[in-house]
Every structure is written in C-alpha cells, then in structure tokens.
Design a protein around this ligand. Structure first.
Ligand code: THU
Length: 134
C-alpha cells in the first residue's frame, strides 16, 4: 500500500478519536507485513494519564490479532481537526521499537503544509533500547 493511501486510512481513524479533554485528534494506520491495515485513534480518559495514543491503539489491536511484523505506520493529528505535523510521542516510539526493525520500519507523517515527511524508526529513536538488549 502506498503512503498516501495509508495516510487516508489514518485520517479515517482520526475521525473516531475520543479526545474531549485535549481537543487534539490523532489517527494512525499501521501496515502489517501480512498486508492487513490496523487503524487506531487516541482514546482519552478523565484520569488523563490513562489516555492511549493513536499509534499504540493501532499496535495493540494488531498484536492482539496475532500480527508481529510491520512495514510502516501513517500518523495524522492536530487540534480541531486541522492538518498539522504530528510526530509520534516517545512512548509510542518505544512500542514501535519492540516489534519493528529501526532500519526498516517507516513512519509516514503529514508536514502540515500539504506535503509528506517520512522517517525510519531509527532516525526518530536512535540508539533505542529493544528486545535484543535484554
Ligand atoms: N497523542 C497521540 O495520540 N499520539 C501521539 O503521538 C501524540 C499525542 C494524543 C494523546 C492525547 O490524547 C492528545 O494527543 C494530546 O496529547
């Protein structure tokens, strides 16, 4: 699946975001090597720390369905549904690191200006701690 199509799936997921506290709606679409796409949105909570990010929602859905290998993730987010640059938070980068090769897994983002930015996980989480470090 190409990057633009995966970003569209992330936009669809963002419409389902539950973000009554921040008003910041995020959608993610995770492409597994099986070819299946797992969508996720952020799910906030009155106890703010219990909030789950869109990326982790997508990963946990996928892993709980038996997926373990992934190619790339598209992420879109912004306040009041405006297109903005929404790089993944540190906790989500660490979750990606658990399942993905930092030299092969891509993170696809909108730049907030009509363009697309694409990074390898290793660029956004250099020298990360992963399963092989244990
Ligand atoms: N959020 C995500 O879903 N993903 C990120 O990588 C950054 C932050 C959510 C969490 C919270 O619901 C809102 O955006 C504001 O932080």
């Amino acid at each position: 699946m190409d990057d633009k199509t995966l970003l569209e799936r992330a936009h669809d997921a963002r419409e389902r975001a539950y973000a009554p506290y921040s008003g910041f709606c995020v959608g993610a679409a995770l492409l597994a090597k099986s070819g299946e796409v797992y969508a996720g949105c952020n799910v906030e909570n009155a106890s703010y720390g219990a909030t789950n990010c869109a990326e982790r929602t997508a990963f946990f859905k996928a892993v709980s369905e038996g997926e373990r290998e992934f190619s790339k993730i598209a992420i879109v987010g912004g306040k009041d549904c405006e297109a903005a640059y929404c790089p993944p938070c540190g906790i989500c980068r660490q979750v990606m690191r658990e399942f993905c090769n930092p030299k092969e897994f891509y993170i696809v983002l909108e730049d907030g200006d009509g363009g697309v930015k694409k990074f390898l996980l290793g660029e956004l989480l250099p020298e990360g701690f992963g399963p092989e470090n244990l």
